[in-house]
Ligand binder design. Sequence first.
Ligand SMILES: [Cu+2]
Length: 206
Amino acid sequence: MQASNTTCVRIGFRRRTVLRGRPRSSRRVGGNTPGAVPDASVSAADKNLTAAPNAADIAVLKGAKVVVPGANPITTDNKVVTPEGKVTNNAATPMSSQAPHQTSFLDKAALPATLTQISVGNNKFTPNEFTTKAGAPTTFSLTAVDNFSHVITFATSSLSAVAILVGPGQTKAITFNAPTIPGTYIFSCASPDHAANGEVGKMIVK
Ligand SMILES: [Cu+2]
């Protein structure tokens, strides 16, 4: 696949994910449903809800790219944004509208070779540390390699939204803006006893 094609597809995927939680009446406005929607069926409230974000999308998301399918877009000025074009908030409630979101399931074999690919299971993360640059768009994937579910989370509340849950054999990823303050940020697995048994690692921000 060419990069330009995948970018369009992936951003569309994100949008559907976000829209899933909205009232049914607003879903059709995003153009997910094939075929025209009669104007009469769209209330004035629906129009107000969607008109402004759609306009913003076009400006901010123009030229935006995604690192893996379903990850948050990265704008041309190197910011990780929501599908609505707002800079993501790492301290937001996980999976809320402002948070960077974990992707759906990915094919590990199809991930970019340059991606930070973390495996978890058997009481360890492999690798158990990776490095990124302060404020830079950062992506890592997480694959569960044993028969348990694992949740990677950071110890700092300023990174509460940066989390991935995977079941046995599953791979997901997340793209987020690295902290602007250099330092070592500890992550661990939130499944019971997993951190105590060794599932701990660190993100080094330079
Ligand atoms: Cu675990």
